[in-house]
Design a protein around this ligand. Structure first.
Ligand SMILES: Nc1ncnc2c1ncn2[C@@H]1O[C@H](COP(=O)(O)OP(=O)(O)OP(=O)(O)O)[C@@H](O)[C@H]1O
Ligand SMILES: [Mg+2]
Ligand SMILES: [Zn+2]
Length: 256
């Protein structure tokens, strides 16, 4: 099925006897530009094969499952989501919740990178940056796109990642922008992958009832649990982190 129902992915459509460039062409260009700005080189390297399960304790448990099992379930759901999205429009999105440094963004990047590599259109937006970008379209020094172009790109892209829909004190304006985005995606059954460091119970306090309710309709929730912030454990034990990532600590003794 084509991603664009206006032009059938041809990029142009005929109306009143004349050929027009479809808006999906501009949206794709804007999407590429935003992805390039947000999915930095280091985030582009966060792929499924590098996702380490050893950070999640196989002893500590919560709700009858070990942290490792909980992470495995989230990982499996992420992989399954990618396979579905590659095959056609994916219905159920995913929401990864957990404290700071538990691998939520890593997992969302695994999804975005796998889809990009499979040429499935995906837009990776860090929520506070997205709101800043909208705001910057009001400035005199405009960023080269309009608010409408930006918000439409986010509303219509086949797969949207909203990273860090977190514990920010959104203004009423920010909440409204997020509501409008989430509501559109729900009405058009377009999937969203969300990461948040707010517990599922507290989301409503930050986003409001209407957006939270819609998010739960759009996304299946998963949790990531660790005993320690993975950023800290990697800093405390960088060698182990390197080995686990299959990166040689030293270059091989002799290279031909
Ligand atoms: N499963 C994992 N395997 C390997 N590295 C990981 C894993 N999870 C996280 N990391 C590394 O730990 C760091 C923090 O991970 P990440 O950015 O995904 O955290 P987060 O849960 O999104 O935190 P925050 O709530 O602060 O946004 C990153 O440098 C990431 O590369
Ligand atoms: Mg994050
Ligand atoms: Zn089109």
């Amino acid at each position: 099925m084509p991603a664009c129902n206006i032009c059938g992915d041809r990029g142009i459509y005929i109306s009143a006897g004349a050929a027009h460039t479809c808006r999906c062409v501009q949206e794709l260009a804007l999407g590429n530009r935003l992805n390039a700005a947000q999915l930095t080189q280091s985030l582009r390297r966060q792929t499924f094969d590098r996702f380490g399960l050893h950070y999640y304790s196989s002893e500590q448990a919560d709700g009858g499952r070990t942290y490792r099992e909980t992470a495995q379930i989230a990982l499996r759901a992420a992989r399954a989501f990618v396979e579905k999205a590659k095959a056609g429009p994916a219905a159920d999105g995913l929401l990864f919740a957990g404290r700071v440094g538990t691998g939520k963004t890593f997992l969302a990047c695994c999804i975005a990178n796998a889809l990009l590599d499979a040429h499935v259109q995906v837009l990776f937006l860090v929520v506070p940056d997205y709101l800043d970008r909208i705001r910057s379209t009001y400035d005199l020094e405009r960023p080269g796109y309009t608010e409408l172009e930006l918000t439409e790109a986010a509303k219509r892209v086949p797969v949207l990642v909203l990273d860090d829909l977190g514990a920010h004190h959104y203004t009423e304006w920010g909440r409204q922008k997020l509501y409008s985005l989430v509501n559109h995606r729900l009405n058009h059954q377009l999937p969203v992958v969300v990461t948040t460091n707010v517990s599922l119970e507290d989301l409503e306090e930050y986003l409001g009832e209407r957006t939270t309710s819609r998010l739960f309709q759009l996304c299946r929730p998963y949790r990531l649990l660790t005993d320690i912030d993975i950023r800290i454990s990697r800093r405390l034990n960088p060698e182990e982190a390197a080995v686990r990532q299959n990166r040689p600590k030293k270059p091989p003794e002799s290279t031909p």
